[in-house]
Design a protein around this ligand. Structure first.
Ligand SMILES: Cc1cc2nc3c(=O)[nH]c(=O)nc-3n(C[C@H](O)[C@H](O)[C@H](O)COP(=O)(O)OP(=O)(O)OC[C@H]3O[C@@H](n4cnc5c(N)ncnc54)[C@H](O)[C@@H]3O)c2cc1C
Length: 427
């Protein structure tokens, strides 16, 4: 029998790829991870906040060595119109925080280093161009004229996996199920940043916006504070961009000029600009997860969730990588990497916290696309309502119950009730 180059080849050195490499190498499997970027993270874009529940299971001492930026102690959600902002602002102690802001250009190389320390061989600057197959069985990867063979391959190449589409006949995700994001990293001296956002020590702010950033289209804006930089960006559903009067970069420029944001960004210098796809179709739009000799993890499989108040992709990538590693460790013990053996991946996912989460939000992507008013009319409604509430003139003020009734009727009472019902079901 022909000798394989290793037990498992992993395509992609992002969060899913590095996590599975670390766990498989730790279990004693021989692993080769291939990343097309000059270093891990160089091709990645992310808003910048990671929920650390799974990271702390895998690397309990992560806080001592990971290049973390700030612990998220401020959560803000804002609805923006062209000239107003309505914000929900929640502050918590550092002990209660469950997430950190990170810069992928620093975080991914660190995670790759952890995989290398565990024994994985990680090779950067190497793009996988195809999968090798014998019949339906995936037996390795092709890199230019070279070939590498393995008993199993994990595809962790991120959103819109070209290899899965080309070599495994995975369907191309529809525009409705994908979003695209643009992001800038802006430099701001640490003291200025802390003063402007009311932060001390390693406290950080995570801020999500709806309405003006996407000109009322389904999507939103985000801002995360790092040590002495900010991540600022806009994400918009791909199907909505085709009939949008503004391109995504124009949306970002406009967002930066909003009167509530402009003073916070004064003198901030652009250090990095990136654009990336995001799978947002949820549970109903997952890619085929496994087959003979292959598994798919992270964004590549569609494990990403934008629930409006939280954007989660990095922690879900880790959870799916964990389930993929457990499946392959089991397959290695049985010396069985067949489709039947690797189909256990779905069961491991279902047993993890990932599946209930995806199930909980399964209606959300479709419901959001059917409720564009949530991104256009409702920010205006809340701005009008609060303006009436806070405005004081010569006339006696209108009681709150009458204000609510008046604005609800103006927004369309029936539509409002339908959206509230839909929102309750989706969330
Ligand atoms: C603008 C934006 C904001 C976001 N904000 C957040 C956030 O705040 N929090 C959060 O949790 N998630 C966020 N996400 C989602 C998050 O970035 C992803 O869910 C996460 O990065 C998925 O990890 P992954 O390892 O599956 O894929 P990726 O991180 O995309 O990694 C895939 C890797 O594969 C490599 N690769 C691709 N093709 C090949 C090939 N053929 N050969 C070799 N290497 C290859 C790529 O270079 C890349 O390094 C955001 C995403 C975007 C775009």
């Amino acid at each position: 029998m022909q000798e394989n180059d290793c037990d498992v080849i992993i395509v992609g050195g992002g969060i899913a790829g590095c996590t599975s490499a670390l766990l498989l190498a730790r279990a004693g499997l021989s692993v080769i991870l291939l990343e097309r970027g000059a270093q891990a993270g160089s091709k990645n874009s992310s808003g910048g906040r990671i929920y650390t529940h799974t990271l702390s299971q895998i690397l309990p001492d992560f806080a001592q060595s990971a290049p973390l930026e700030r612990r998220v102690t401020q959560e803000r959600l804002s609805m923006l119109t062209g000239d107003s902002m309505t914000t929900l602002d929640h502050r918590q102690t550092a002990d209660a925080a469950c997430s950190w802001t990170v810069l992928r250009a620093r975080f991914d190389p660190w995670l790759m280093e952890q995989a290398q320390l565990a024994g994985a061989q990680c090779i950067t600057d190497t793009q996988v161009e195809g999968l090798m197959k014998q019949g339906n069985r995936v037996t390795g990867v092709r890199i230019g004229d070279d070939q590498l063979t393995a008993r199993a391959v994990i595809l962790a190449e991120g959103a819109n996996s070209l290899l899965a589409q080309r070599c495994l006949a995975s369907p191309k995700p529809s525009a409705e199920n994908m979003a695209t994001g643009v992001k800038e990293v802006l430099a701001l001296p640490r003291e200025k940043l802390e003063e402007r956002f009311g932060l001390e020590g390693d406290q950080g702010c995570a801020w999500l916006f709806a309405g003006q950033p996407t000109a009322g289209k389904v999507g939103g804006g985000f801002l995360y504070t790092h040590r002495d930089t900010l991540s600022l960006g806009v994400v918009c559903n791909l199907s909505q961009l085709s009939d949008s009067a503004r391109s995504l970069p124009q949306m970002l420029d406009n967002f930066k000029q909003h009167p509530a944001l402009r003073p916070l960004l004064k003198q901030a210098e652009v250090m990095e600009y990136s654009a990336h796809m995001i799978p947002e179709g949820g549970l109903n739009a997952l890619a085929p997860l496994s087959g003979d000799g292959w598994l798919v993890a992270g964004d590549c499989a569609g494990f990403c969730l934008n629930a409006g108040h939280t954007v989660r992709g990095m922690d879900l990538a880790m959870m799916s990588a964990q389930a993929a590693a457990v499946t392959l460790i089991h397959a290695h013990r049985k010396s069985d990497f067949s489709a039947a053996s690797l189909s256990l991946y779905r069961e491991h996912l279902q047993r993890s916290a990932l599946w209930p989460l995806m199930t909980q939000y399964r209606h959300l992507p479709a419901d959001l696309l059917r409720s564009p008013q949530a991104f256009s009319r409702y920010p205006q409604l809340s701005a009008d309502l609060l303006h009436s509430l806070f405005h004081v003139g010569e006339q006696p003020s209108v009681p709150l119950r009458r204000l609510l009734w008046r604005h609800a009727r103006r927004a369309g009472l029936w539509q409002l009730l339908k959206d509230l019902r839909k929102g309750a079901r989706s969330l």
